[in-house]
Design a protein around this ligand. Structure first.
Ligand code: SF4
Length: 310
């Protein structure tokens, strides 16, 4: 984002606001990838579906994003549209407190302390027993992200410990690893009443903490369990049929990366979407499809194919 910061003084505030609103609008439509056409072609191609933008938009988009023929705008946009900087989309994102420590256990503790006895969204007053932060290996290569805690998780303070959790454990075992080797968390950390789906606002309020956890763990692959996790992490709206079966490039929104020169670079990771274990319990016929997705993840991680299925 250096080039972005460098250009800030040259942008008219009105123009910046207009561009910010436009990018947000595209993101809400599930559009992240911006490509540049040659200057002779006065249009901007956005993702798979070309969308016309006005001259002002074109000029700014070109100034803002272009450093070469094609860029990796998901990263740029993910930072630019972070809800953490909603007030000023081009503000330089500050380092999080945990980014000053190198020990991931300590760093996760800092995030948990920052969360405190959270009352940031309505879920705090809708019957939660406790906040379910996340569990597992703080240096995990593989991270699973679900939707939110259920009754068992709320009671025990740990994600995926009920029936769906048991199935997730079996899936992890089938991959040839143990639950303790991965990191598991949810989009929202408090149980939605009656196990309802978390509202968009609740996901938006809680997920910045998850983004920070991801940035600490620095996994190689994230597996989003179900549509809510997938849509929140990818900030896009699509059906599970459309979302699963492929990898996405993922970078946690609102996080300034690679500021510590003594640490290995981490520029984000791959993200795969699979069916939520609770859905698989309701429709076991889909287990085969979930297994295919997990095999894709295993291949990416260089894991050995296990001998038997879940
Ligand atoms: S769900 Fe997240 S944001 Fe909402 S109260 Fe719980 S911890 Fe806070």
């Amino acid at each position: 984002m250096l080039f972005l910061s460098a250009m800030l003084p040259t942008l008219d505030p009105e123009l910046r606001r207009a561009l910010a609103a436009r990018i947000r609008y595209y993101n809400e439509m599930g559009i992240y990838d911006f490509y540049r056409r040659p200057p002779s072609d006065r249009a901007v191609e956005i993702a798979a579906a070309p969308i016309a933008v006005d001259e002002e938009g074109i000029a700014v988009l070109q100034q803002t994003f272009v450093t070469g023929v094609e860029m990796s705008p998901r990263k740029a946009t993910a930072v630019a549209v972070s809800r953490a900087v909603e007030e000023n989309i081009f503000e330089v994102i500050a380092l999080k407190p945990e980014q000053s420590v190198s020990d991931p256990v300590e760093a996760l503790k800092i995030i948990r302390e920052d969360l405190g006895d959270c009352t940031r969204c309505v879920l705090h007053k809708q019957g939660r027993k406790q906040i379910v932060f996340g569990v597992g290996n703080p240096k995990a290569e593989l991270m699973f992200v679900g939707e939110g805690p259920g009754a068992d998780e709320d009671a025990q303070g740990e994600p995926f410990v009920g029936r769906a959790g048991q199935l997730l454990n079996n899936m992890i075992k089938a991959m040839g690893i143990e639950r303790e080797q991965v990191y598991i968390a949810n989009i929202v950390k408090c149980r939605p009443p009656g196990n309802r789906t978390p509202e968009r606002e609740e996901c938006a309020t809680c997920s910045p903490f998850l983004m920070r956890q991801i940035a600490v763990v620095k996994p190689k692959v994230i597996v989003a369990l179900g549509a809510v996790a997938a849509k929140t992490l990818l900030a896009m709206s699509a059906s599970m049929m459309q979302l699963r079966g492929r990898f996405y490039e993922f970078r946690p929104a609102g996080i300034r990366m690679n500021d510590r020169s003594n640490e290995p670079r981490w520029d984000g990771c791959k993200l795969a979407v699979i069916y939520h274990p609770a859905f698989l319990l309701r429709d076991p016929r889909q287990k085969g499809e979930a297994w295919k997705d997990l095999q894709m993840v295993m291949k990416e991680l260089g894991m050995k194919a296990p001998k038997q299925n879940t």
